[in-house]
Design a protein around this ligand. Structure first.
Ligand SMILES: [Fe+2]
Length: 293
């Protein structure tokens, strides 16, 4: 499926692809309903200039406004390491509650010593209790987007806080799985686990075969296709190159460790973590800890 399609049944979905970070942002709503959720938004960032831009987020906001939708939730699948979230900007412009898994508390603990969040009294600290988000989801928590039923499942591995959102007949998996010809997210960040990642892919593949799985990134380079965002669970089971249903855990883990060995750090890792741990509050400064990672 490409960015321009929406679905005839189940939730309606509009995807927005950011080529700079290969990120998919989604607007999800129930047909005939005007409440929506925005999942994994992008705040554009030029690291050389230390300058943000809201061009990507404004496209999402324009779409929401053009459809007469009301943003009820601004959701994150995890603390991203490759792009800044526009959650605060979108919330300011459209309203809605920001939310993420409660396992962000573990991620905060991991990164606090590196960013010296409290000890150095930086200009823009991140609260350690997660209060920068309006809501922290419990594992398995059910919630509503208008009349749509939604539920979260904890799908750690890429990071300890990865969450997938089951919304109607679709699931939004962030980096827990990618499209069949790409595989699944890296597991070499602090707190990442290839074993957990495999177990999470089994949870996702246990969903009904017809479930539409929307991924957090796509990397079509060298695959002779344009960026796409969705495959069904049945397609993932049959064809996912790293995590198909016939791939054993030991093979998945070995291949994951091999692929992650020596993998470059994402260009926006340090700015992304700081801003995303503040739920998208850019503040006035982004710090670069030296020789810490
Ligand atoms: Fe990620």
């Amino acid at each position: 499926m490409t960015a321009d399609n929406s679905e005839a049944r189940g939730p309606a979905v509009r995807g927005f692809f950011d080529p700079a970070t290969a990120t998919w942002t989604y607007v999800v709503w129930g047909e005939g309903d005007n409440s929506c959720a925005v999942i994994d938004s992008v705040l554009d960032y030029d690291p050389a200039a230390g300058r943000t831009s809201t061009a990507s987020a404004d496209k999402v906001i324009s779409f929401v406004e053009s459809r007469g939708l009301r943003v009820e939730w601004v959701l994150e699948t995890h603390i991203h390491a490759d792009h800044l979230t526009a959650a605060q900007y979108i919330k300011k412009k459209t309203g809605g509650k920001t939310a993420i898994s409660k396992h962000i508390l573990d991620v905060l603990k991991t990164w606090e010593p590196i960013f010296h969040n409290a000890a150095d009294a930086p200009p823009n600290p991140f609260p350690m209790n997660g209060s920068q988000f309006d809501h922290l989801f419990e594992d398995g928590e059910a919630f509503k987007i208008g009349a749509l039923d939604a539920r979260i499942i904890h799908t750690p591995g890429h990071t300890p806080a990865d969450t997938s959102y089951i919304i109607g007949s679709s699931v939004f998996v962030g980096d827990s799985m990618f499209l069949p010809d790409v595989g699944a997210g890296r597991c070499d960040f602090p707190g990442g686990s290839a074993e957990d990642s495999y177990d999470s892919t089994r949870k996702l593949l246990a969903l009904p075969d017809e479930t539409r799985m929307y991924v957090g990134h796509d990397y079509p380079e060298g695959k002779n296709r344009r960026p796409q965002c969705m495959a069904t669970v049945a397609e993932q089971k049959q064809a996912n190159i790293r995590a198909g249903v016939n791939i054993q855990k030991s093979a998945f883990v070995a291949q994951r460790r091999d692929a992650d060995r020596g993998k470059p750090v994402p260009e926006l890792l340090l700015p992304s973590l700081q801003v995303n741990l503040r739920a998208g509050d850019v503040g006035n400064f982004i710090r670069i800890p030296v020789n810490r990672i």
